[in-house]
Design a protein around this ligand. Structure first.
Ligand code: C5P
Length: 410
């Protein structure tokens, strides 16, 4: 099953102003078209020094515009026509000079002209996003900072820049975000802001319960569902804290992440954080038990043929503990039930046992480590099915359900 392309049906005007980062715009065009968008490239004179029209045309599959006097448009008005069908204008790279032009409302070239001429009224709004790219001194200069602040105040969204190695050999702020990061920023930009300003706490991944310094007990949870939920909540405008067990997954943009290893560490991280959050989503596959004592040294075979007896003790139930916090300190709690049989029946019982308003049932063995899942939301009023889809799609649907159900804390 393939994921629904996240930018399907979106028409993006991708503007390139002059900068070495133009090479990333080629990759960005591919990423946007792969995500389902149609991309209309517009380049400034300076951009033409860094990358060719032929490259951008081949990658976007559309004739590139470079000039406001372009005769291809029947009305000779590319600066008007290009934004009338667009869902957004993304300028990447946005040079210091281009940002200065935007700040002043200049219109000497097609790209600046169409930014000025794009519709701003509510019903036809064509938003502007810019991805600055320049030397760190240029970025830090008060003139640039003043211009960026002005462009922001005029309603543009500024993506990045990042810090790091620069083409000039210097190191600092001013690198354009990578193509995948810009694609994800654009996807996030189009998500409905269902959790705007709300605070969401998520646990994800497995836990690791040490037996001795080199061994331990863990499970097959990959953390993918929890990370997708953290990303979807952040895209929906929430401030997200993610407490993650040992997984190899990148932190979703804008999410604050805390890494832990054992169930006890996860418990100690979550409990003090919980009261400051409105919603708690427990997706972690927390080990129910841990070895009662961790051996100081690696357990050795003693030649007797007998395995060592490992005494176990129960871990604290993080979700149930959060659900027992007093009113006013208790976030609205969502649990996960990964079962191997009679999934919904077990989930119903678990919801009542843990005293939570919503539990999400799924079939553990068929989803752990996979990119797809199917969910059943078990709540007071019954069940809601979210049919099989990729985990990010499901996460966005779940976030929409949570946004509807979780009361806003005053
Ligand atoms: O009790 P069980 O492990 O089946 O419940 C699963 C739900 O409870 C999940 O939401 C999981 O994150 C949470 N849980 C927890 N702490 C535990 C065990 C489970 O938060 N010790």
């Amino acid at each position: 099953m393939s994921a629904t392309p996240a930018l399907l049906g979106k028409h993006i005007v991708l503007g390139l102003s002059g900068g070495v980062a133009c090479y990333k715009a080629a990759e960005l065009t591919r990423e946007l078209t792969k995500a389902g968008a149609t991309v209309q490239v517009v380049m400034t004179e300076a951009a033409l020094q860094f990358i060719t029209v032929a490259t951008m045309q081949a990658l976007s599959g559309r004739a590139v515009y470079t000039n406001q006097w372009d005769g291809r448009e029947p009305n000779h008005m590319p600066h008007i026509n290009l934004t009338r069908e667009a869902d957004a204008v993304l300028v990447a790279p946005a040079s210091a000079d281009f940002i200065a032009q935007l700040a002043q409302g200049r219109a000497g070239e097609l790209l600046a002209l169409l930014c000025l001429a794009r519709p701003q009224s509510h019903d036809q709004r064509c938003p502007l996003l810019i991805a600055p790219a320049m030397n760190r001194e240029m970025w830090a200069h008060p003139a640039t900072q003043r211009n960026v602040a002005q462009v922001r105040a005029d309603g543009a969204t500024v993506l990045g820049p990042a810090a790091g190695d620069q083409a000039c050999g210097e190191v600092g702020d001013g690198r354009m975000l990578e193509a995948e990061e810009l694609r994800d920023e654009l996807i996030a930009f189009f998500q409905p802001q269902l959790l705007a300003g709300r605070r969401v706490l998520v646990t994800a991944g497995p836990t690791f319960e040490a037996i001795d310094p080199v061994r331990g007990l863990t499970n097959l949870s990959s953390g993918k569902m929890g990370f997708a939920i953290a990303r979807a909540a952040a895209e929906a405008g929430a401030q997200v804290t993610l407490v993650a067990g040992p997984v190899h997954l990148p932190t979703p943009r804008g999410v604050q992440r805390l890494d832990v290893r054992s169930a006890q560490q996860m418990f100690e991280a979550v409990l003090p954080l919980a009261p400051a959050h409105e919603v708690f989503i427990a997706t972690a596959a927390v080990a129910d038990w841990r070895p009662a004592a961790v051996a100081a040294h690696k357990l050795k075979k003693d030649g007797s043929g007998r395995a060592p007896a490992i005494a176990m003790t129960e871990n604290p139930d993080i979700l149930a503990s959060v659900a027992r916090l007093p009113e006013g300190q208790r976030p609205w709690c969502v649990g996960f039930a990964a079962e191997s049989e009679r999934v919904v029946e077990h989930a119903r019982a678990k919801r009542l046992r843990k005293g939570i308003p919503l539990i999400v049932a799924n079939h553990g063995p068929s989803t752990f480590g996979q990119d797809h899942n199917a969910l059943v939301l078990v709540h007071e009023a019954g069940e809601t099915e979210l049919p099989a889809a990729d985990k990010l799609t499901l996460a966005r649907q779940l976030v929409a359900e949570i946004a509807q159900r979780a009361p806003v804390r005053r």
